[in-house]
Write a protein that binds this ligand. Structure first.
Ligand code: ZN
Ligand code: ZN
Length: 324
């Protein structure tokens, strides 16, 4: 028997945003599986291959021949050559100052990120952290966002596994909402919000290791959404020790790979949620499978309809995991 839940509008303790749990269409986790084949781009045209290094402006690489490479984004949203300017009023704006970098996760075009071996993924994490530290040192940079678009439905434009880094001159958007709520909680209750909810979130446990825990959050907006968080309070992943970093890549890999067993060749995004200069924030990684399309409720009212409750997803996840 699937867990029966009547439709509910839930508030996300992290963002204050709402999501409607609507499991009433009778869909089971496997009904969200994507059967279509992944369209892999033509390797001969891929700019991330060995021998094509001249096609991009390199920031750094590790290994010889390189095992991981960081390059400038050819189509940046924010640019360091633009002076930082703010203007107020009805048409408030900020000039597009900042940095966009791309991490080529490995030289291997065809192996998905979550199927790379542990040592490669550890190298990936170390590289990403090194870039973050460097970008936070640049003038006016207040926030560095690490994220991945994997698969066509997640907005990926090149199928060779890669990660994006975006350095911002302002803290805006979801991270700002999350920071505000974490601070407010700390001020009012004297405790860390993320640690305080953990006991109850364990009902929706996906996986737990020595240093990290993964859960399906209470008010998940996406079918199969998950959150990975360190058990120890850290606001910046660079502050993790070596054992914790190994545990983090292992947990991330396990979540993404197990999702692949449940959802097939699914597209997903993930984002690091961390803030270097705000010790009251508890760092985490949010993973969003892209199995459904945002429609009128989502765009019109910023409320997401989720047809797979996090309870049903975590149950399915744990049963798939126990079989492997
Ligand atoms: Zn490639
Ligand atoms: Zn904490």
């Amino acid at each position: 028997m699937e867990l029966q839940i009547e439709n509910e509008i839930r508030r996300d303790y992290r963002t204050g945003k709402f999501a409607i749990m609507a499991p009433n269409r009778g869909k089971r986790p496997e009904d969200f599986s994507v059967s279509k084949e992944v369209v892999t781009s033509d390797v001969s045209k891929c700019p991330f291959e060995y021998g094509k290094e001249y096609m991009s402006k390199e920031i750094m690489h590790v290994g010889d021949p390189w095992k991981i490479r960081v390059i400038e984004n050819k189509f940046p949203e924010l640019m360091s050559t633009i002076p930082l300017m703010f203007s107020k009023g009805n048409f408030k704006k900020i000039s597009g100052y900042g940095y966009n970098e791309v991490v080529v996760d490995s030289p291997d075009h065809n192996t998905p990120f979550e199927l790379l071996d542990d040592s490669q993924l550890k190298l990936w994490l170390d590289t990403v952290i090194e870039r973050e530290i460097s970008l936070y040192d640049r003038n006016y940079i207040k926030y560095v966002l690490i994220f991945k678009n994997s698969g066509e439905s997640a907005g990926e434009s090149l199928s060779h596994p890669h990660t994006q880094i975006m350095a911002w001159p302002v803290i805006i958007g979801t991270i700002k909402r999350e920071l505000r709520l974490a601070r407010k909680y700390k001020q009012e209750k004297g405790k860390c919000l993320y640690e305080d909810v953990l006991d109850e979130e364990r009902v929706r446990l996906l996986y737990e290791d020595n240093y990290f825990i993964a859960i399906a959050p209470f008010a998940s907006r996406f079918a199969g959404e998950s959150m990975i968080l360190p058990k120890r309070h850290v606001n910046f992943f660079a502050d993790l020790n070596e054992n914790e970093k190994f545990d983090l890549v292992k947990t991330l890999k396990l979540i993404l790979a197990t999702n692949r067993k449940i959802f097939g060749n699914y597209s997903y995004n993930f984002a690091f949620k961390e803030l270097k200069n705000y010790p009251e924030f508890h760092a985490h990684i949010d993973i969003y499978p892209r199995l459904t399309i945002e429609a009128g409720v989502e765009l019109g009212n910023d409320v997401f309809v989720n047809q797979l409750t996090p309870e049903d997803y975590s149950k399915k996840f744990r049963s798939v995991l126990s079989l492997t």
